[in-house]
Design a protein around this ligand. Structure first.
Ligand code: FSX
Ligand code: SF4
Ligand code: F3S
Length: 371
């Protein structure tokens, strides 16, 4: 893939080189990198060498692949498919059966230590992993064998990150995430059910540009995407701060777009950037659509804590200092529920707004000095 190819492909779709550079700059900004990194990303993406990507799937719903393909951004899905060489993906393969498996083997052997392995779906480990086999081989063995030859391993979606839906109690297949079956290996997790395509694309662009994975948090997630709680940037946050809550699905508060905390929203305990990015370019995300966040991108929240259990506001003292815990009380028919939570939220929320901007700036400077 050379510059002519990328740019001419874009222009065939009605987008100019300027649009392409703009997209790379936006990508850099969303990763907290200095704007100048946009140019570096652009030249990495235009590089003639595209890293081979082997994308294998275990126990998942294929929503992660769908999420990637359903982006309506003018260039995103084309960009990702142009900047990598997607050598194997069961959902997208033109071939099937022995032919496809043979092609995958050849691609792996030809690119030992050079390809990126993307795993989608969880890995059943009970009874020798017999609950998910591909071409007669237990998926767990395929993951171990392929990962040992890969340059980098990415777990896409909550299932691959730590088990997701298939690992929910009673976890009949012994479903696990990739890092659990590859102890000691560095695995970048891009959780979400499904994962946000932008986070995946940005992480791949970072890898192509800097030849290393971006900084990861304790759960193996890229910090650029998972360092802020959903609650911090939620559009319903002013209602939380003012103590205005939907009490039941379909009630007046729900219709008026009030905060979904009392319906079990896990935004206060979930790190992800859904409230900033939205999904698939329609600008929507679960909370905007009226459904509480269920914490899909947080290990030990989504698929572990029941939907209607209220989030523990003291878990992260960031916005509700433990010295003054929020007083969330149900008040039906009253004029207001402007409780201690609201007042604390207002004060801390205002401070946070400034903090978010400051920390983004600091992060950019820190990243810049690391490049
Ligand atoms: Fe899991 Fe991916 Fe949820 Fe589905 O396959 S993260 S079930 S949206 O899509 O693995
Ligand atoms: Fe938004 Fe949920 Fe926080 Fe309410 S509790 S402000 S709906 S993230
Ligand atoms: Fe998941 Fe919550 Fe975002 S459920 S998709 S982390 S809003």
């Amino acid at each position: 893939m050379n510059e002519l190819n990328v740019v001419s492909k874009l222009s065939a779709r009605g987008y100019s080189r300027r649009d392409f550079l703009k997209l790379c700059t936006v990508m850099a900004a969303s990763m907290g990198l200095p704007l100048s990194a946009g140019e570096k990303i652009a030249s990495a993406v235009e590089s003639p060498t595209r890293p081979p990507v082997i994308w294998i799937s275990g126990q998942g719903c294929t929503g992660c692949t769908e999420s990637l393909l359903r982006t309506t951004h003018p260039t995103l899905e084309h960009l990702i498919l142009d900047m990598i060489s997607l050598d194997y993906n069961e959902t997208l393969n033109a071939g099937a059966g022995h032919q496809a498996e043979k092609f995958m083997e050849q691609s792996i052997e030809k690119n030992i230590g050079k390809f990126v392995l993307v795993v989608e779906g969880s890995i059943p480990t009970k009874d020798g992993g017999i609950y998910c086999k591909v071409a007669g081989t237990p998926f767990v063995d395929i993951v171990k064998n392929t990962a040992s030859k890969a340059a980098a391993v990415i777990a896409i979606g909550s299932c691959a990150s730590w088990g997701g839906i298939p690992s929910a109690e009673p976890n009949p297949t012994g479903a696990k995430g990739v890092s659990k079956v590859l102890p000691g290996a560095t695995v970048m997790n891009i959780p979400g059910c499904p994962a946000n395509a932008y986070n995946f694309t940005s992480a791949v662009a970072y890898y192509l540009t800097y030849k290393k994975l971006p900084a990861l948090d304790k759960q193996g997630r890229p910090k650029f995407a998972y360092s802020r709680l959903i609650h911090e940037n939620c559009e319903r946050r002013p209602h939380f701060d003012a103590g205005r809550f939907a009490e039941k699905f379909g009630d007046e508060g729900h219709k008026l777009g009030y905060c979904l905390y009392k319906l079990g929203c896990k935004g206060p305990v979930t790190y992800n950037n859904c409230s900033i990015l939205g999904f698939c370019d329609v600008g929507s995300w679960p909370v905007k659509a009226g459904h509480p966040c269920f914490g899909c991108s947080e290990e030990d929240v989504g698929f572990s804590i029941p939907q209607f259990v209220e989030a523990d506001l003291e878990k992260h003292s960031l916005f509700t200092p433990s010295a003054t815990p929020a007083d969330i009380t149900y008040q039906r028919g009253g004029n207001t529920t402007a409780t201690a939570a609201g007042l604390v939220g207002l004060a801390v929320g205002a401070a946070l707004g400034a903090g978010v901007v400051a920390s983004r700036k600091l992060k950019s400077e820190e990243e810049a000095s690391n490049q």
